[in-house]
Design a protein around this ligand. Structure first.
Ligand SMILES: [Zn+2]
Length: 201
């Protein structure tokens, strides 16, 4: 057997390597850096990791993150319009829209977009809870703030069909969204304009 790092270091490298965007070389560098950095750097990192696994949950309604047992600041905010829902793919999109200050209604985090190639089916997305909320709130308008790529389009059409029986008005973000782009790559002003210029699906 060729020489390798002791098992605890190997285990750390395996974990780091499994993170998005981290290759084997970076994982090795990070592991060795952490070893060098010592306890005062490593323990807070370990505590933060423990924290996100034990003290964070998702709001059952909007799907955004919550600190364990705390109320959802979005869903319980009485100043927000309860009759309009903005549907986004990821929780990070909620913050992006909030920073654009273009939207004052309810959010719904889908958890992704339909993608047969990646095995993402309607059952993997928070579509049932969306349909429930549209009826319960009730929502008179649903804005689909999804990517403008093929998967985003497919998801928008699927949602429009799934919500048709609720008679709610369904619109999509309009001009300003780059073709093939998701909310990640859009600046706040563009996002604001896209939201203002939404069109009915
Ligand atoms: Zn919520």
């Amino acid at each position: 057997m060729p020489l390798d790092y002791p098992a605890p270091i190997q285990r750390l490298i395996v974990q780091l390597k499994s993170l998005p965007g981290i290759g084997p070389r970076s994982a090795e560098r990070m592991a060795l850096w952490l070893l060098q950095a010592g306890r005062e750097r490593v323990l807070p990192l370990a505590a933060a990791l423990k924290g996100i696994s034990e003290q964070v949950e998702r709001c059952e309604d909007c799907g955004f993150f919550l600190e364990l047992n705390a109320p959802c600041l979005l869903c319980t905010d009485a100043k927000r319009n309860r009759h309009i829902i903005c549907v986004v793919e990821q929780a990070a999109d909620v913050l992006r829209l909030e920073r654009s200050r273009a939207f004052q209604g309810q959010y719904h985090v889908l958890g992704g977009k339909l993608s047969p190639l990646d095995n993402v089916t309607p059952e993997d997305l928070r579509i049932e809870s969306l349909a429930r909320r549209v009826v319960e709130l009730p929502a008179t308008e649903v804005i689909l703030a999804l990517s403008s790529d093929v998967e985003g389009e497919a998801t928008a059409h699927y949602l429009a069909d799934a919500l048709r029986h609720t008679q709610t008005s369904i619109s999509r973000l309009a001009q300003g969204m780059p073709a093939g782009g998701n909310l990640d790559h859009v600046d706040e002003l563009t996002l604001y304009q896209a939201l203002q210029g939404r069109r009915v699906v």
